[in-house]
Write a protein that binds this ligand. Structure first.
Ligand SMILES: [Zn+2]
Length: 234
């Protein structure tokens, strides 16, 4: 499948800001090329603050607004929040069916999510929400979204099976796909700037990301890249 043929893309991420960090330049490029991009954010982001005066309720509302503003910068068509508590996500059937519902509703050619196998810090640590959302999304793509007798309650809702053609895993330690983001890098930064509750030094972040995405493009015919592990289904 040629990436220029993508018509509909579903980005399934654990927290507000994950989509921009891992795929903001790619999302902007695809949206610009005419794809309809939908976001599904699994958690409410209610744990992402060190401010003793902050409450989970206020933070969740703030982060939802930040996520919607960031998505608008990238040309994202819709943003849905599944409302799971931040930091408590498990890759169980409940989550898998919730994600399957979104896949069957939006009917994407391409799904973007976390690589559940990623491990950092001496190959031991990944955010458990990222691991759970990545695994549940892969399990939703295959077999639950595509096979008719899975999640029969969705058929009752009028949501027919759907075959996703490709999955892009962000944050992968084994990337095999490089997306040129030179033309959309500034929009990725602008989107990230909307996450004001999370990013305290905008200039340092811009420097760090410019270095990172330039380094990821090294040896490739592009100046800046976002990278993914890509899985194709027949
Ligand atoms: Zn996250």
């Amino acid at each position: 499948m040629d990436l220029r043929d993508i018509r509909t893309c579903l980005v399934v991420m654990a927290h507000p800001d994950d989509a921009e960090f891992s795929a903001g330049g790619t999302v902007a490029a695809w949206a610009e090329a005419g794809a309809r991009v939908h976001y599904v954010i699994v958690t409410d982001g209610s744990k992402g603050s060190a401010d003793p005066g902050m409450t989970p309720e206020r933070l969740a509302a703030l982060r939802e607004a930040e996520q919607r503003a960031a998505a608008a910068r990238l040309g994202v068509a819709t943003v849905d929040f599944l409302g799971f508590p931040d930091g408590e996500v498990e890759a169980n059937l409940h989550l898998r069916h919730a994600i399957t519902r979104e896949i069957r509703r939006r009917r994407p050619d391409v799904v973007v999510t976390h690589d559940p196998a990623s491990l950092y810090w001496d190959h031991y640590i990944n955010h458990p929400d990222h691991r759970a959302v990545g695994q549940a999304t892969l399990d939703a793509v295959f077999p639950t979204a595509r096979d008719r007798l899975h999640a029969p309650q969705l058929l009752v809702e009028g949501l027919d099976p759907h075959v996703v053609r490709q999955v892009f895993l962000g944050g992968s330690q084994h990337p095999d796909t490089w997306i040129d983001i030179e033309g959309t890098f500034e929009r990725k930064l602008a989107a990230l700037r909307e996450h004001t509750s999370q990013i305290h030094d905008q200039a340092a972040l811009a420097r760090r990301l410019r270095e990172r995405h330039s380094a990821l493009a090294e040896g490739r015919p592009m100046a800046m890249a976002e990278v993914f592990k890509r899985i194709s289904f027949g």
